[in-house]
Design a binder for this molecule. Structure first.
Ligand code: GLU
Length: 370
């Protein structure tokens, strides 16, 4: 698949822009850059009817400048405060920049939990779709004012990846201040076909002072999207008209090609987004059956770990700890302990109940690792 083919039928895109791409030399939000981005996105909406979803960083950076903080705060409450001040400035810029195009800026602040809880996840999608239907651009950021460590992504590249998967958008565009993935000679890699070691070895350690993420985080995010079956482009947000140029097929930035399978919306959530609360270790027979798209039966389970209840996501591993799949368990950890290694015919006695599930994980609720 070449670029022209990939971008020709696009109807929905997620664009993530990093702090440095939105700010000028002094670290303040640069209204000209934000206006240029809004113009670019509005054009795509109007001329090609493409639904745009924006994930924007910049809240903490903008708050720091506004509050006169020269270094990124180390203590969490000050970071939260900077985000609270900066987020409203950020949204003001976007609202002003989109208004001349007849578009509204719809702010959505999320935490990790909004993706992990199935209902909240689906509600997020409903909200984004409603914004799309009503001439609005959803603008998503982490809710840094309340998102303390345990509930934090801490990385908008990853949030953008999960949003892309949630919407089944056709492409994720990650904009920062580098031209793409660079090799050790500083040359932009035009196309990446898989996420092997030769690719991850190109990550350099340096990150910006105000944002988070860096190329390592971008590749993790890109991996999440390509596993779901969609492409990712990493490009320079300071290049004028970058998004429309990319969607016109211009060979800018680095295109990361999608993996071979395109996962359904539900499989994306089970396999890539839901938090796994435990693990099931299986024998070789079960491993083989799973790889042949069969359900996981208690017979093939040798061990269970973690604290999970019925309906929770778990990871399925082989005897060496290698990940085989993720899925939703029909049984709690305690119940699995009782039935592991056993035939279904003994469930009635073991579980002391009249109804039970044949499978510990039904194949419809199971997503094989790639
Ligand atoms: N949520 C942070 C902010 O708005 C940015 C996180 C990131 O750079 O990935 O400042």
């Amino acid at each position: 698949m070449n670029r022209a083919e990939i971008v020709s039928g696009v109807t929905s895109i997620v664009v993530k822009i990093g702090t440095n791409a939105l700010t000028g030399e002094n670290g303040a939000l640069d209204h000209a850059i934000i206006t240029a981005l809004a113009d670019d996105l509005a054009r795509l909406r109007k001329d090609r009817r493409i639904y745009i979803t924006l994930v924007s960083s910049g809240a903490i950076g903008a708050g720091m400048t506004e509050m006169g903080l020269t270094a990124r705060p180390k203590d969490l409450p000050m970071l939260q405060a900077a985000a609270a001040v900066g987020q409203s400035l950020l949204m003001n810029h976007f609202a002003q920049a989109l208004k001349p195009h007849g578009l509204h800026a719809g702010q959505i602040l999320v935490t990790r939990q909004d993706f992990e809880h199935r209902l909240r996840y689906l509600n997020l999608r409903n909200c984004i779709h409603a914004l799309h239907r009503s001439d609005s651009v959803p603008i998503i950021n982490e809710n840094d004012a309340v998102a303390v460590e345990e509930i934090r992504f801490g990385d908008n590249d990853l949030i953008a990846a999960h949003v892309t998967n949630l919407l089944r958008a056709n492409v994720l565009i990650l904009l920062s201040v580098v031209d793409g993935l660079l090799d050790d000679q500083g040359r932009v890699q035009s196309t990446v076909t898989g996420m092997d070691e030769s690719v991850t070895a190109m990550v350099r350690p340096e990150k910006s002072a105000r944002g988070s993420g860096g190329m390592g985080g971008k590749l993790v995010a890109a991996g999440t999207v390509r596993t779901a079956g969609e492409p990712v482009i990493i490009a320079n947000g300071k290049t004028p008209g970058i998004v429309s140029r990319l969607l016109a097929g211009e060979p800018l930035g680095t295109l990361i090609l999608p993996g071979a399978r395109r996962l359904s919306a539900r499989s994306r959530w089970i396999g890539l987004t839901a938090r796994t609360l435990g693990s099931l270790t299986v024998d070789d027979g079960a491993k083989k059956a799973l790889k042949n798209n069969k359900s996981l039966l208690a017979r093939g389970i040798t061990a269970a770990a973690g604290e999970f209840a019925q309906g929770d996501a778990v990871v399925v591993v082989d005897g060496d700890g290698g990940i085989i799949a993720r899925g939703l368990s029909n049984y709690s950890r305690e119940e699995v302990e009782k039935i592991k290694g056993q035939k279904t015919s003994s469930f009635k006695a073991l579980l002391a109940r009249d109804t039970w599930y044949e499978e510990v994980i039904h194949r419809d609720n199971l997503v094989l690792a790639q």
